[in-house]
Write a protein that binds this ligand. Structure first.
Ligand code: F6P
Length: 354
């Protein structure tokens, strides 16, 4: 058993539904099972630059936060203490303030920190660990693209939100005989697009892992018309690789609009585009995400008690396990173009634009 009296907890990177469920579970488990004090560090590692902003998290503080989206601790995706940006005499200066961050954690009496975050936050955690800070990780991203864990909390809620949007868009598509493009999140991987596309009954799904052409998309729309289907719903992941013909047209806006414009032009169709954006990161976490986040929170506290510093909790074969953060980072989990769900989708006539 590690000699621990007080732990810190921080959330870094983009928010995801379920962060508060992790915080709640960790506080409850730390206090009730181990009698530890918990300090909430605000805004990722930034909170350790100004330690006076950190505050104790009691059972009362975490009461009622289980169903709340976002994070009560606040977050940032710019807070890297190894590359801290300041402005000196009107000039941007980048400094390494990691030693201050570690010293401030010690000043607060923090023996170990739970870092809830995606790949970027876990990379920073690893660097701090190498400098002597005791940390454990909890993986987080709605994109579900971390290879160390089967699933991340937030993904299920995002898929629910995107599916609900596709369901609603269906009615207008059908009534107006239109092509409706729905752009969903997924910077590097097409998990949300694939799952929401299948769950929402989309006819076209474009994901970063499968190259597509506008010509193939248009042919699919025409093929559907031959079956009497006068509308088409296309779900497009924001991270799709643009074919050359679209790259030339791109002015850096939303890829959904770009695909929509290209279809309108090439297929002479009435097209409407909905970019779902951060709606997918908001709202109350689904029961699945609440349960996964709660299991992660408890497992992270147990990991600290066992002295498992430098490890990150994860889900494997439906069991909570731990992996070395060093082995987990930089390993993207992308959709296998031959995966079961892709094949199932193809069997239903869903086109991936290839
Ligand atoms: O990684 C999660 C994610 O929601 C991506 O899907 C998206 O590209 C990105 O974060 C958006 O980040 P931000 O909130 O900084 O715009």
């Amino acid at each position: 058993m590690a000699d621990i009296r007080c732990i810190g907890i921080c959330t870094g990177g983009g928010d995801a539904p379920g962060l508060n469920a992790v915080i709640r579970a960790a506080v409850k488990c730390a206090f009730l099972k181990y009698k530890w004090k918990v300090i909430g560090i605000p805004d990722g590692f930034d909170g350790l630059i100004w330690p006076e902003k950190s505050r104790e998290l009691t059972l009362k503080n975490v009461s009622g936060i289980l169903p709340r989206g976002g994070t009560i601790l606040g977050t940032t995706n710019r807070g890297n203490p190894f590359k801290y940006r300041t402005v000196d005499n009107g000039k941007e200066v980048i400094r390494d303030i990691s030693a201050d961050v570690i010293a401030n954690a010690t000043k607060l009496g923090i023996d170990a920190v739970i870092v809830i975050g995606g790949d970027g936050s876990q990379k920073i955690a690893l660097e701090l660990l190498e400098k002597g800070m005791k940390l454990v990780g909890v993986p987080k991203t709605i994109d579900n693209d971390l290879s160390a864990t089967e699933t991340t909390f937030g993904f299920d809620t995002a898929v629910h939100t995107a599916t609900d949007a596709i369901d609603k868009i269906h009615t207008t598509a059908e009534s107006h005989h239109r092509v409706m493009v729905v752009e969903v999140m997924g910077r590097d991987a097409g998990w949300i697009a694939l799952h929401a596309g299948v769950a929402g009954g989309a006819h076209l799904i474009l994901i970063p892992e499968i190259p597509f052409s506008v010509d193939r998309i248009c042919r699919h729309i025409v093929e559907r018309e031959a079956y009497g289907k006068r509308f088409t719903i296309a779900v497009v992941a924001e991270g799709i690789q643009l074919p050359r013909e679209l790259k030339q047209l791109s002015r850096g806006g939303s890829v959904g609009n770009l695909v929509g414009d290209a279809i309108a032009l090439a297929a002479h169709k009435e097209v409407r585009v909905s970019v779902l954006g951060h709606i997918q990161r908001g709202g109350s976490p689904s029961p699945f995400d609440r349960i996964l986040a709660t299991r992660f929170g408890v497992a992270a506290v147990d990991l600290i008690a066992q002295g498992g510093f430098g490890k990150m909790v994860c889900l494997r074969n439906a069991r909570i396990e731990a992996v070395d953060i060093a082995d987990a980072i930089g390993q993207l989990k992308i959709v296998d173009p031959h995966a079961d769900l892709v094949c199932t989708a193809r069997s239903l006539g869903i086109c991936f634009g290839d």
